[in-house]
Ligand binder design. Sequence first.
Ligand code: UTP
Length: 291
Amino acid sequence: MPVRIDFDMPTKKSLIRKGVIIVAGLGTRFLPATKAMPKEMLPVLDKPVVQYIVEEMAASGITEIIFVTSSQKRAIEDHFDRDRDLERFLEERGKLDRLQPLIDLCKNVRFFYTRQSEPLGNGHALLCAKEFIGDDPFAFSDGDSIIDAVVPVTKQLIDVFVKKKASVIGVQRIDDKKVMTTYGNVYAKSTTNKKLFAVERFQEKPHESEVSPHGLIVGGMRYIFTRDIWPHLEAQRQGKDGEIWLSDAANSLTQKKPFYALEYDGQYFDTGNKIALLKTAIHFAKKEGLM
Ligand code: UTP
C-alpha cells in the first residue's frame, strides 16, 4: 500500500530539515545475497528497507538526506533518482502508480552521498557527514531498522527537540530483564511527561542485575542531535570490537549537556538478520491484508 506523505508539511518550516542515514556496513549476515547488493536494499514486500526510513524522515519534515555509503552501495543512489525511461514505459502501460510514491519522494527530498571508506563503526560513519550537516540540528537513523508508527518516530523526536532544544533518542520500554541484556540500556530520570526521560547514561548489553530500572532500551537507532555531538564523536577512540560507536559519543554527551529519551509510540522491526527480516515482511503483509 503506498504511503501517503504530506509534502506540504515541510513548507511549514520544520526546525529540522537535514537527516543522516548510515548504510556503509558490510551486511555479512546476509551473504551471499549482499555480495553485490546493499543489505539496506533488501525488500520488505515490494519496498527496500531503506525506503521505509526515507519515508519516515520525509513525513517528519526532513527535506535533505545524506547517505553515508560505501563502494558496494551504488544501488541506493540509483534507487533514489528518477529513471525517465522506466517512467515513460510504465506511463504508456498505465502502471506508473507503482512507482509514483518513489517519484514523489525524489521530487520532495534532496539526496546527498558521502563515503565511509572502511566500516569503522556507526559513530565513525556519522562523523563522515559532519561537513554536510555543519552546525544544524539533524535527524539520524541507521539503515536497517523500520519503525511502524502512526506519527513517524522521527517526527515524535523532533517535537521533543522543539520543546527542549536538546538531543533526543527514541527508546522502547520492555520488562523482560533477560531480553534487556541483549540491547543498549538507557539509565534516566523521569520527567513530568511519563514518556519522556532525562538521560544519565547509556550502557551496551548490561548484566541482568544491572539493566535499566525503567526498562528503557535502544532498538532501532533514531536520534535528533544538536551540534554538541560532534566534539564527542571526534574524541571517541575505538571501543568494543575495535569500532567507533555512536552510543559511546552519546554517552559522553550526556555527561555535559541535557539529553532526552522519548519512549516513542510505534513498533520497532530489525531487518539486520534473516529471521528478523522475515518477521518484518510478515508484519507488513498482514497489515496490507496479504495474509
Ligand atoms: P550493522 O552492524 O547491523 O550492519 O549496522 P552491518 O555491519 O552492515 O551488518 P553485518 O553485521 O555485517 O551483517 C547497522 C547499520 O549501520 C551501518 C550499516 O550499514 C547498517 O545500516 N554501518 C555500520 C555503517 O554505515 N558503518 C559502519 O561502520 C557500521
